[in-house]
Design a protein. Structure first.
Length: 301
């Protein structure tokens, strides 16, 4: 055996030993990382686990025990919370679902149309209006709250869902417009030019080309709109006065007596758990599109 061959065999043996050591160390490192991640997950989920545990406790035990395991399991809080108010909690679920779905439809339609105009159409003052649109992102919601309320009050829309839904159909969310503009700009313009040579109008280009290629960003806008609308408390609090028009968040607020009287904490926690179910399943089913939309939008230039 030559010196070169012997050196190669020796290097190969050393490499095998190093790989073997790495293979032995890797399971321990992986187990340690997984243990740390599980511990961090439990720490982050502790408030949710505590609320779930509290929903199965008797009312007198909720704030008198630090254990996650109730000494006595009781499901009375769920039917009491569902039927305990003047209006069934199912009405609140239905109201929130209607508002959320209409908001999703309005945001996706209106914001995609506005984004297509900014990204593809040439019109006078396009850059100026785009800058104005971005400027609205810097305005706090409370700055425009009083003028909007006066406007909707004069229109007779207060105590209806119209103030919460109609602005979505008018492309009022500049964040989603900006998000879609960035995505549309990443789609090759050669597709538009080829479609125009075939006689397609701008509307048909938008409908037949841009929308099918933009499903990730449309899904991202739909998911965020649904989550934010379902969790919104301030908007319904301002515009809804009749309990029959309340959303889930206002319904949960009704369990707490603001005058310091008797509050049904067990019913509150039970209905809070049920209010998380639609969000959980909605995110679970569409998380792939959500991640894909955020990732692909970030890579577009």
């Amino acid at each position: 055996m030559t010196d070169t061959a012997a050196k190669a065999v020796l290097d190969d043996d050393r490499g095998t030993e190093v790989v073997g050591l790495d293979d032995k160390r890797k399971p321990w490192a992986s187990a340690l990382i997984h243990a740390l991640l599980i511990g961090a997950s439990i720490l982050m989920l502790y408030p949710l686990l505590w609320m779930l545990s509290a929903s199965f406790r008797p009312s007198q035990e909720i704030f008198n025990s630090t254990s996650l395991i109730p000494s006595e399991v009781s499901v009375d809080a769920y039917p009491r919370g569902w039927f305990g108010l003047r209006v069934s909690f199912g009405v609140f679920f239905w109201n929130s679902l209607v508002i959320a779905l209409l908001s999703v439809i309005g945001n996706v339609m209106a914001c995609s149309l506005a984004a297509f105009a900014f990204a593809r159409l040439q019109f006078r003052g396009r850059n100026f209006w785009f800058a104005i649109m971005l400027g609205t992102l810097m305005l706090p919601y409370h700055v425009t709250l009083i003028p909007q309320y006066v406007l909707f009050l004069n229109l007779g829309w207060v105590n209806t869902i119209l103030p919460l839904v109609v602005p979505k159909f008018l492309a009022a969310d500049a964040f989603f417009i900006f998000l879609m503009v960035q995505f549309f700009r990443g789609i090759p313009k050669e597709l538009d030019e080829a479609a125009m040579m075939d006689g397609c109008s701008p509307w048909r280009i938008y409908w037949k080309i841009m929308l099918p290629l933009s499903m990730p960003v449309l899904a991202t806008a739909a998911i965020f709109t649904f989550l934010w609308t379902w969790d919104d408390f301030f908007g319904p609090l301002i515009y809804l006065n009749d309990m029959r028009t309340f959303t889930v968040q206002l319904g949960l607020r009704s369990f707490v007596d603001s005058q310091g009287g008797q509050s049904d904490w067990a019913g509150l926690f039970a209905m809070s758990i049920l209010s998380l179910v639609p969000i959980f399943f909605f995110f679970l089913f569409f998380q792939r599109l959500l991640i894909q939309g955020i990732a692909t939008t970030g890579m577009k230039r």
